[in-house]
Design a protein around this ligand. Structure first.
Ligand SMILES: Cc1cc2nc3c(=O)[nH]c(=O)nc-3n(C[C@H](O)[C@H](O)[C@H](O)COP(=O)(O)OP(=O)(O)OC[C@H]3O[C@@H](n4cnc5c(N)ncnc54)[C@H](O)[C@@H]3O)c2cc1C
Length: 422
């Protein structure tokens, strides 16, 4: 039986581990925290997963919370001026591509317990580069899914594919529960349970998503993406989640005042339900060569780390896992050498991750004319809005029109004609 080792017990590492166990591989997963430590840590993320990712988890029987987590059924987006005034509103449904957001503490601690039950070998260890040498010597293939962990510095930055040299946003996130945040229609003017997006020109963005955590059940996540040095960039000195929540109230009062009443009675779901910080989105060379000459491969955020603005990191990890499993199986008993790793990553980059990265980077900048054309039409025509939102499930579907005005006009015309014909 071929032996595969994975470093990192997050979205990419665990999902790949389960998928390979399912295919009959011998899988060892090394991660730096026990299930209990993960469960009792601060939230690392507020990841929302679209249907394609949920389907992968479902196929592997990992959807333990599917009936508990509220579905995000679509997006309600306000594009605002720097004073908070609304310039454009777009509301679209995800339809059968709706998604869910589950606390990663809840999920990964449970998945880590499940992994040995399904025959995987779980090792709780913070892996160093020296450890990698030993692990790689004992494995047919070693993959590093350490997220933003320090070990990813072992993989060189790809300067051509990495467009950022500093964090594009300073981030703050929290999980809140409150009387005006949960339920089927928490936003009265929205006829479904929305992902609530606010894009505030020159200031930043704030996102609020239906969410589930083991500590309180249904709740909502709030993620603030502040342009560094701008008027929303005031979260980073907060000393705890309570201070973060107070700043959030002020920011919403200033930049999205019509949302403020949702914060009445809102409180943190638990003392650890917050995060703050910043990072530099980075695409890395996927192959790391150890002193012995053995090669290991980067996956997930370790390979392609994007800003969370487009909600794609975990979804990208799941797409990558599907690609990797197909390539690993197709390789049969041949060596997992540097050529295999390069080809495997490059095909994924060309088919998927390059689009995810370009879409994410596009959202960090003011929209260009093609996007404005589609958004303008989407604000008037629900089928255009629905089509726009459904592309979040796979950002490749934003092309070609996202970068081409004629294609954008065609995209709009096709959707509005479809409606007339219906
Ligand atoms: C605020 C925020 C909001 C987000 N929102 C979304 C969203 O809406 N949708 C979406 O798809 N994505 C979102 N993301 C991104 C998403 O959370 C990540 O892309 C995803 O978790 C990446 O999975 P991963 O397995 O690569 O890394 P991780 O999930 O970070 O897992 C890495 C694991 O490796 C472990 N580790 C690190 N170093 C070592 C080591 N040396 N040895 C052993 N173990 C190690 C870590 O402890 C961790 O368990 C968001 C991220 C943030 C920060």
């Amino acid at each position: 039986m071929r032996k595969i080792s994975i470093i990192g017990g997050g979205q990419a590492g665990l999902l790949l581990g389960f998928a390979l166990l399912d295919k009959g591989y011998s899988v060892s997963l090394y991660t730096d925290r026990s299930p209990e430590q993960v469960l009792n840590s601060r939230i690392p993320s507020t990841a929302f997963l679209f249907e394609s990712t949920l389907a992968t988890e479902r196929e592997l029987g990992l959807n333990f919370w599917e009936d508990l987590v509220p579905y995000g059924e679509g997006m309600h987006v306000d594009f605002r001026g720097p004073d908070g005034s609304i310039g454009l509103t777009v509301q679209g449904r995800l339809g059968d591509l709706q998604g869910q957001a589950l606390d990663q503490r809840t999920k990964f601690s449970r998945w880590l317990q499940e992994f040995p039950r399904r025959g995987g070998k779980l090792v709780i260890q913070a892996v160093s580069v020296a450890d990698l040498e030993k692990i790689a010597a004992e494995s047919d293939l070693t993959m590093v899914a350490a997220g933003k962990g320090q070990i990813n510095a072992f993989f060189a930055r790809d300067d051509e594919r990495s467009v950022h040299s500093a964090p594009p946003r300073n981030l703050a996130a929290m999980l809140l529960t409150g009387p005006k945040l949960t339920g089927d229609h928490p936003w009265k003017r929205v006829p479904f349970r929305p992902l609530r997006f606010n894009f505030i020109a020159g200031v930043g963005e704030y996102f609020s998503l239906p969410f589930y955590t083991h500590t309180r059940g249904e709740c909502r996540s709030f993620l603030f993406e502040a342009i560094p040095g701008g008027p929303m960039d005031r979260f980073q000195d907060a000393r705890d989640g309570h201070e973060l929540l107070e700043i959030a109230r002020q920011v919403i009062a200033e930049f999205a005042p019509d949302d403020l009443h949702h914060m009445e009675g809102a409180e943190l779901t638990d003392e650890d339900a917050w995060l703050k910080g910043a990072f530099v989105p980075t695409v890395r060379k996927p192959i790391g060569q150890l002193p012995s000459g053995a090669c290991v491969m980067a996956i997930g955020d370790t390979a392609v780390l994007n800003d969370p603005i487009a909600g794609q990191g975990s979804n990208n990890a799941a797409r990558m896992v599907r690609h990797l499993v197909a390539r690993i199986v197709a390789n049969g008993n041949a060596a997992f050498d540097a050529a295999w790793m390069k080809d495997t990553f490059e095909t994924f980059w060309d088919e998927s991750a390059s689009y995810t990265t370009a879409f994410t980077n596009a959202l960090l900048n003011p929209p260009g004319e093609p996007v404005m054309t589609v958004l303008g039409a989407a604000s008037q025509h629900p089928p255009v809005a629905d089509a726009f939102m459904r592309c979040f499930d796979n950002p490749r579907n934003y092309w070609p029109w996202i970068a081409d005005l004629d294609e954008a006009r065609r995209f709009v015309a096709e959707r509005t004609e479809e409606r007339c014909a219906a």
